[in-house]
Design a protein around this ligand. Structure first.
Ligand code: HEM
Length: 226
């Protein structure tokens, strides 16, 4: 699995596969909102059109740029582009979290308290983690910077992969899970993604003879400080 970090294309494809449902949904909303062409089940979000539009746009940028930013070969060959895309990634991540919080406050929720509470917590955590990632980059601690950015991506896209579970359930039962079951599935997937992010960070810090392709601390020219 970790070998994907030394093989850029599989890493990008894997992350793109896991997140294409929310990214495509958000891209469709980016077009529908200004055209006033939202489907009926999304109309209630139009009470906060700016927040909804920014949330969808930020979701697309965050979801597309995230995987590309983690590809080592691209970072090494196109350093200036990595820094530019990194700024857009951070801004879109902050926009994603803040607009998600605005939607939470402004739109009448159809979800359970459990899911709404998780959205509130993860929206704040996303912004905080991005701030820590930027601070680490400014301090030239690239190792810590990368760890925080992996965390940010895991938190931001955390609920996105839920489609991978919801869709098969929908195909089997003919209807999507609702209520508490849906809340538990979404929050469960969110936590699973965050745990996977932590696992990747841990693997990256634990070089071993069995994993010659694991990311090495020497790749960052800094000491391990986390
Ligand atoms: C910390 C991360 C996130 C938070 C806190 C968050 C929060 C929210 C909230 C509160 C809503 C309104 C839910 C409702 O009442 O139906 C919402 C909807 C939405 N979010 Fe997010 N979100 C996050 C990440 C993402 C990402 C990564 C994407 C896309 C890549 C995304 C795309 C959307 C879209 C398209 C909708 C509208 C869904 C519809 O049309 O029913 N969100 N989000």
């Amino acid at each position: 699995m970790i070998r994907t970090f030394s093989r850029p294309v599989p890493l990008v494809l894997l992350l793109a596969f896991c997140t294409f449902i929310p990214v495509i949904t958000a891209a469709v909303s980016v077009v529908q909102i200004p055209l006033g062409a939202l489907p009926e089940d999304s109309l209630r979000l139009a009470v906060a059109p700016v927040a909804f539009f920014l949330h969808s746009l930020a979701g697309v940028l965050f979801g597309v740029l995230g995987p590309l930013q983690f590809v080592r070969a691209l970072r090494q060959r196109f350093g200036a582009l990595h820094r530019l895309a990194g700024r857009v990634f951070v801004l879109s991540g902050a926009g994603l979290g803040l607009s998600g919080l605005a939607l939470l406050l402004k739109v009448e929720s159809l979800s359970t308290g459990l899911l709404d509470a998780a959205r509130g917590v993860f929206g704040v955590v996303l912004v905080a983690v991005l701030v820590l990632g930027v601070a680490a980059a400014r301090a030239h601690n690239l190792f810590r910077h990368r760890a925080w950015m992996i965390r940010a991506y895991a938190v931001g896209m955390g609920s996105g992969t839920v489609g991978l579970v919801m869709f098969p359930i929908y195909l089997i039962t003919g209807e999507p899970p609702t209520g508490l079951v849906a809340g538990i599935v979404v929050v469960g997937m969110w936590l699973l993604n965050i745990a996977l992010g932590e696992w990747v960070i841990r693997r990256m810090t634990t070089p071993g003879p069995q994993r010659p392709s694991a990311t090495r601390l020497s790749d960052f020219n800094v000491e391990k400080t986390t």
